[in-house]
Design a protein around this ligand. Structure first.
Ligand code: XLS
Ligand code: NI
Ligand code: NI
Length: 433
């Protein structure tokens, strides 16, 4: 027990009219949306790292947050876990996510890291059994320690590859032990700073072997969860290999892993890649590799991963629209990979950031469900492609250029352009958000 959140009540649904800061206005876990509880649609998770491990630094200055659990001992790590589970309980979230380095002190070597992690995993296990949230996903931090400065799987030094592989094995063990529903790989340093010292082909082959070993180990372990890769185009390295969904799909195909691995899509990373969040979700769903989301918001003026909490219902609604169109989450969920601004010092800021974000997601989900049930957008989409239902149109796809040319000439085919009706569809969206 800590008294860190002592003055903060458990957050309950009070409805849109409530003026109580410490209440949900839109997130009612038991409300039914399209035949399913809202909680089961959204599958919220709190990220351990931003809330409990990040000290509030930026490139110009260090720590702004003062937390009683900051420190390098196992006692600190346990106090941190106490505070974390106290926050989870107040928010009533069904899941959390963590990296090994968020939850245990750094040891002198691999063996000590493993001992530290497993001790905390035991501690988590007790709290989870006592009614705490479940684990949406676990992951290994293969980017903070200086050994990983030139990458983990893609490192020029085979000893770093080995250390990273051993660490991922341990983190998969920990995730499996805690009943995690997914295992995530975000290749933080899997990229390069300059081509002048980089062997692109060798590095991507190493990454392909690494991921294949992860998949093999999953099966050996009997882990039933999903392996997820999280794309990001730049930052921390200048060129990241896992640029976006399309790039990762090509990589998975190259190594025959497209039926084994799915994608964890982060809103801010999609924006850094020059896409929208909904584009990345729709593309992954279309390719059969949609897994989970890291929900946050990026600053559009800044080419940096700012990890703001989401607060735009229209943006979130379009993302959930694509998720609902794809049939919703399977093992995935909505992980708030979001952090406070560094001036937001109070314990209440941590809680209320999540309250706001959960309400925004609830509104977005409800708007998305209403749009889907209305069917206006889908009807317009079907009408736009209706010409392709004609037998001649289908036959053409199995034909060849010369036959098509002969048909265009003999039938005098001369297309007349039709409106794509974008503004009308945007007006339609605005009826719901
Ligand atoms: C960083 C990533 C990271 C992953 C997990 O930009 O989003 O937080 O989600 O390693
Ligand atoms: Ni993320
Ligand atoms: Ni991010």
């Amino acid at each position: 027990m800590t008294d860190f959140f002592a003055d903060i009540p458990e957050i309950r649904f009070e409805g849109p009219g409530s003026t109580n800061e410490f209440a949900f206005r839109h997130y009612d876990p038991d409300e039914t949306v399209m035949g399913k509880r809202m909680a089961d649609h959204l599958r919220f998770a709190v990220a351990y790292w931003h809330n409990f491990a990040w000290p509030g630094g930026d490139p110009f200055g260090g720590q702004t947050f003062e937390r009683p659990w900051f420190g390098d001992t196992m006692d600190h790590a346990k106090m941190k876990a106490d505070a974390a589970f106290e926050m989870f309980r107040r928010l009533g979230v069904p899941y959390f996510c963590f990296h090994d380095a968020d939850v245990r002190p750094e040891g002198a070597d691999f063996a000590e890291n493993t001992r530290n992690l497993m001790e905390i995993v035991e501690y988590f296990g007790e709290k989870m059994e006592a009614g705490g949230p479940k684990l949406l996903w676990g992951t290994a931090n293969l980017f903070s320690h200086r050994r990983y400065m030139a990458g983990a799987a893609t490192n020029p030094d085979p000893d770093v590859f080995a250390f990273a592989a051993a660490t991922v094995k341990t983190c998969m063990d920990a995730t499996h032990r805690l009943g995690g529903e997914n295992y995530v790989l975000w290749g933080g340093r899997e990229g390069y700073e300059t081509l002048l010292n980089t062997d692109l082909v060798r590095e991507s082959e190493q990454a392909g072997r690494f991921l294949s070993m992860v998949v093999d180990y999953k099966h050996k372990l009997g882990f039933k969860g999903t392996i997820l890769v999280e794309p990001k185009p730049q930052e921390p390295t200048k060129h990241q290999y896992d640029y976006d969904v399309g790039t990762i799909y090509g990589f998975l195909k190259r190594f025959g892993l497209e039926d084994e691995v799915k994608i964890n899509i982060e809103c801010g990373h999609a924006i850094l890649a020059g896409h929208s969040f909904e584009h990345e979700i729709a593309l992954a769903a279309a390719l059969g590799i949609f897994g989970s989301i890291d929900m946050n918001r990026n600053d559009y003026q800044c080419g940096w991963d700012t990890d703001h909490f989401p607060n735009s219902t229209p943006e979130v609604a379009l993302a959930y629209y694509e998720i609902l169109r794809a049939g919703g989450f399977d093992t995935g969920g909505t992980n708030f990979d979001a952090k406070l601004r560094r001036q937001s010092l109070d314990p209440a800021d941590m809680i209320l950031a999540h309250v706001g974000a959960m309400d925004v997601c609830a509104r977005g989900l409800k708007a998305a469900a209403a749009m889907l049930e209305d069917d206006g957008l889908e009807a317009a989409r079907r009408a736009r492609y209706a010409g392709w239902n004609a037998p001649e149109a289908q036959a053409m796809l199995g034909s060849d250029l010369a036959s098509i040319a002969a048909r265009v000439e003999s039938e005098g085919i001369n297309p007349s352009p039709r409106s794509a009706r974008q503004e009308r569809l945007e007006n339609l969206v605005n009826r719901f958000v």
